[in-house]
Design a protein around this ligand. Structure first.
Ligand SMILES: O=C(O)c1cc(C(=O)O)oc(=O)c1
Length: 301
């Protein structure tokens, strides 16, 4: 078996920025623990364990209150590790401090979807990255998207080079759509690049397309021709998007940063990106509290 990969910082710094009360880390994952929750036979990477105890310790260290755990491709369509993390997230008041986004077999039954809802899932993820998944059947995805429990959305992960071919598919999705990592624009080309313009026109095509202003460590990585920490290209390219679409943007750490083992990010520095892309207290409140609460805890608003 291949060596297991460690892609996260062992001792992240304490951020300078203090998130507002109730802040949500709306894009993070758990890996295993493998002995209890084995990875998918089809996984493209084999990570070290990064379980709920580590995730919640990081949440507290970074000054966040809640997590949205997104099913990582290494667990395929078996959501057990993520559901276990959500089940362990209950605070002293008995309320879950985590919710989740699942990856499902499109043939999943309606009763299984309801069970996922009761376990805290509020969306499903469609992953189009060839380096992460073997196939992404759009017809089957559309069918399951039409059967989701009320209030759910679809999260889509794709790269900028297929944005054009994604348009009809995205237009057909009958529920709100959240785009992972802004569809991975080339942030080194600035805020008015062809990638960013294409992404803006996608956002303008529907009022219920949301996006995650996430992953400076990926999009501005040295290995992508970017700057690396402190990720200035990311700040310059992404701040105008947050300013122009303040009511449909959310944020997350991306911990434990799958596949980023060659350029390990300090999560304290990742948090310190927030005031650079959302400079005012009002924007920060929307990005970190109001917007993710609308998607994941609407009953508390
Ligand atoms: O770009 C990636 O490698 C990546 C992978 C995964 C996953 O494996 O699910 O999730 C992400 O958000 C990003």
């Amino acid at each position: 078996m291949a060596d297991r990969i460690l892609s996260w910082h062992p001792a992240p710094s304490k951020p300078t920025f203090t998130p507002p009360p109730g802040a949500v880390d709306a894009h993070c994952h758990v890996f295993g623990p493998m002995a209890k929750f084995p990875f998918s036979a089809k996984t493209k990477y084999l990570p070290e364990d990064a379980g709920p105890d580590m995730l919640f310790a990081l949440r507290d260290r970074l000054g966040f209150s809640r997590n949205v755990v997104v099913q990582a491709s290494c667990h395929g369509t078996d959501n057990a590790a993520m559901l276990d993390a959500i089940a362990r997230s209950h605070g002293p008041d008995g309320k879950a401090r985590a919710r989740g986004v699942a990856v499902v077999d499109p043939d999943i039954s309606d009763s299984e979807l309801i069970a996922l809802h009761e376990a805290g899932i509020r969306g499903i993820r469609f992953n189009f990255l060839k380096r992460l998944v073997d196939d992404a059947p759009k017809d089957k995805f559309l069918k399951v998207a039409a059967r989701l429990p009320e209030g759910w959305h679809v999260v889509i992960y794709f790269e900028a080079d297929i944005l054009e071919e994604m348009r009809p598919f995205i237009a057909s999705i009958p529920v709100p759509v959240v785009i992972d990592h802004m569809g991975r624009p080339d942030v080194t080309q600035g805020p008015n690049s062809a990638d960013v313009k294409a992404f803006r026109s996608l956002l303008d095509s529907r009022v219920d397309i949301w996006f995650k202003a996430t992953c400076p460590e990926r999009l501005d990585a040295k290995k992508e021709g970017g700057m690396g920490d402190p990720w200035n290209n990311f700040a310059v390219a992404v701040a105008p998007l947050v300013a122009d679409y303040p009511d449909r943007v959310i944020w997350g750490t991306d911990w434990p940063h799958p596949n980023m083992q060659d350029e390990i990010a300090d999560d304290g520095h990742i948090v310190d990106m927030i005031p650079r892309i959302a400079p005012s207290a009002e924007l920060q409140q929307k990005l970190l509290v109001t917007n993710p609460m609308r998607l994941y805890w609407p009953e508390e608003l």
